[in-house]
Design a protein around this ligand. Structure first.
Ligand SMILES: [Mn+2]
Length: 313
């Protein structure tokens, strides 16, 4: 039995399901989770569990998204989407305990394999997929669940955001075929693209103006932008306003890699982007205790990273 077949059998018979997204969920994690919730809630009680809040741009496109910050122990089945490593869920101990108690754990993901591969009872993975949402689409199709417009839109949101609006190298013929199918099924592409365009407040413009005026390019061809807490305060911005900055920076003509460093309570959060074909940012981020893809990755630089003792984010 293939992983998708076994997952579909498990999900069909589960009375209660928890869908867990990774810490600071992106459009692919949210899109996958919302699509699963909408598709499966006819027969099961489905909750989305997130250790962080959902960025407002996703609710403006998809409507209200209810998430719980705590992981219940009583669900029949647990599903982790768009995540390869346990620590990125924000629920490491709880999930390990659930597995000790023989709870079923399905992982659906398109990243390079991490420790969740070992922990999962069923692991649906395809590294060549541009988004986890593509894998969720295949799974729901396998389950013969009709893809209504309210399911097609979150799946399309996942594909759209993980390919940078179909800009990244990962956008293959298969990706465009999936997107085309989702639009045909009622996925609201225009609402999604407009949702990201409209998000330009004065506070965000003030912040970006300040940050961009201070960027520097080092000898390795890395363009670096630093976002200090004081910058956010001065521009009356929030961390949500940083979204998209690294993609813009990656367009810098003279640079191969863009790095946005964001000051946090635990150290500097690094956001890496590149459009250079030969560069593998995922590998670089993993060296720094982070994770990601070839063209988009991230890490948390604590003092331990600089002293050679890496601490995971
Ligand atoms: Mn993804």
């Amino acid at each position: 039995m293939s992983p998708a077949e076994s997952a579909s059998t498990i999900l069909r018979t589960a009375a209660s399901i928890c869908v867990i997204v990774h810490h600071r969920p992106d459009g692919d994690a949210i899109g996958s989770a919302v699509a699963l919730q909408r598709a499966l809630s006819k027969h099961s009680q489905v909750e989305i569990i997130s250790s962080s809040t959902v960025p407002s741009v996703f609710t403006s496109i998809l409507g209200p998204i209810e998430t719980r910050p705590l992981l219940p122990t009583t669900a029949d089945v647990y599903v982790i989407v768009d995540c390869a490593e346990l620590h990125r869920t924000g629920f490491s101990k709880q999930i390990e305990r659930l597995r000790k108690n023989k709870k079923t754990l399905i992982v659906i993901d398109h990243h390079n394999s991490g420790d969740l591969e070992r922990l999962a009872t069923t692991h649906i993975s395809n590294r060549s997929a541009a988004a986890t949402s593509e894998l969720v689409f295949s799974l729901l199709t396998e389950m013969r669940i009709p893809i209504t417009p309210d399911i097609a839109t979150p799946l399309l949101l996942g594909v759209y955001t993980d390919t940078g609006g179909f800009h990244h190298q990962t956008t293959s013929a298969a990706t465009l075929k999936t997107a085309s199918q989702l639009v045909r099924l009622g996925g609201e592409l225009n609402k999604i693209s407009q949702g990201f365009c409209r998000e330009l407040s004065r506070a965000k413009q003030r912040l970006w103006g300040r940050i961009l005026s201070e960027i520097s390019i080092n000898k390795f061809g890395i363009v670096v932008a630093q976002v200090k807490s004081s910058h956010l305060k001065e521009a009356e911005s929030t961390v949500d306003d940083i979204a998209g900055l690294a993609n813009l920076l990656a367009l810098t003509l003279e640079a191969k890699v863009a790095l946005v460093l964001v000051e946090t309570e635990n150290g500097w959060r690094g956001i890496l982007r590149s459009r250079h074909p030969a560069i593998n940012l995922g590998r670089l981020a993993r060296l720094l205790g982070g994770s990601g893809h070839k063209k988009a990755a991230g890490f948390l630089a604590t003092n331990d990273v600089f002293s050679g003792k890496i601490k995971r984010s």
